[in-house]
Design a binder for this molecule. Structure first.
Ligand code: ADE
Length: 243
C-alpha cells in the first residue's frame, strides 16, 4: 500500500553542503528565495513543487562568513532545522547527505543508506545519571516498509559526530550503539523533527570507509561526486514516492 503523508503540506529537505544539493535543486527546478530568515542568519532556502503540487523547501545552513565554507556540523543543523520547521511547518523532514561507513560490514563507496530505527550521537559523552542516555540521543526515523522496493538502498543505523575522522573514543561509542554509518548532522535534525513530532527521513551516501587506512578527508574528496550522484537519484525517488 502506498504510504501518503498529509496531502499538500510541505516537505522540508535539509542538507549541509551546497555541492551536495546542486543536483537535487536542478532535478526539481527549485528557486532560491531571498533572505528567508532575515539579514543575519546564513541559511538559504530553495523552493519548488513536487509533481502533485506539494511545496518543497530545501534549506541549507549557508556559508561561514569568515572561512567561506559550508556550515557543516550539528550546531547549524539544529539552528537550520529549528528555524525552517517553524517557518514552513512541514509534514515531513528529510535529511540527505554523505556519510562514512564500515568495510567490515560490507559497505561500499557510493552505497546509499536509508536510515532506520533511531539516530544517535557518538561524539557526546556525559557520564552522569540521566545525562548519559541523553548524550546518546536516539531520535526516531520514519519506517518505510512499503517503498523499500522502489529505492535501491541499503538500510542502516545512523550516528552523528562533529568530526570527520574516526578517533578511538568515538569509534568505541559508535560500535556500542550498533551504528552502521556516521554523518555530521543527522541526529541534530532528527532531534528537532522529534521535538515538533514530524516524521524524519534520512538518506546517506557513502564517501568514505572509516575502517581502512586511507584518510577520510582524502576519500571524501575523491568519492564525493559519485556519492552525490547516487544520493540524488534515491532522494528524488523517495520524495516522489511519498508525494
Ligand atoms: N560524512 C562523510 N563521511 C563522514 C565520516 N566519516 N564521519 C562523519 N561524517 C561524514
Amino acid at each position: 500500500m502506498k504510504q501518503r503523508i498529509n496531502k499538500k503540506a510541505p516537505f522540508l529537505v535539509i542538507m549541509a553542503m551546497e555541492e551536495e544539493a546542486e543536483l537535487l535543486i536542478k532535478t526539481f527546478k527549485l528557486k532560491l528565495q531571498k533572505k528567508p530568515f532575515g539579514d543575519y542568519l546564513p541559511m538559504k532556502t530553495f523552493h519548488g513543487e513536487l509533481p502533485s503540487g506539494r511545496p518543497v523547501y530545501l534549506v541549507l545552513p549557508g556559508k561561514d562568513r569568515r572561512f567561506k565554507v559550508n556550515l557543516v556540523g550539528t550546531q547549524l543543523a539544529a539552528v537550520t532545522s529549528a528555524f525552517s520547521i517553524n517557518k514552513y511547518m512541514p509534514s515531513a523532514v528529510f535529511n540527505f547527505g554523505t556519510c562514512g561507513a564500515l568495510k567490515s560490514k560490507a559497505a561500499k563507496i557510493g552505497d546509499v543508506f536509508y536510515c532506520t530505527d533511531q539516530v544517535w550521537f557518538h561524539s557526546r559523552r556525559i557520564p552522569l545519571p540521566g545525562y548519559d542516555e541523553f548524550s546518546r540521543g536516539g531520535y526516531p526515523c520514519a519506517p518505510l516498509p512499503s517503498l523499500k522496493k522502489k529505492l535501491k538502498v541499503k538500510t542502516g543505523v545512523l550516528s552523528t559526530t562533529d568530526s570527520l575522522d574516526f578517533c578511538s573514543v568515538e569509534s568505541e561509542r559508535f560500535f556500542d550503539l550498533r551504528a552502521d554509518i556516521a554523518d555530521m548532522e543527522g541526529a541534530a535534525i532528527a532531534w528537532m523533527a522529534d521535538i515538533y513530532r514530524i516524521p524524519f527521513y534520512a538518506l546517506k551516501s557513502v564517501t568514505d570507509l572509516m575502517d581502512i587506512k586511507q584518510k577520510p578527508g582524502d576519500q571524501f574528496l575523491k568519492n564525493f561526486q559519485l556519492a552525490v550522484g547516487n544520493l540524488t537519484v534515491q532522494a528524488s525517488r523517495l520524495l516522489r514516492s511519498l508525494d
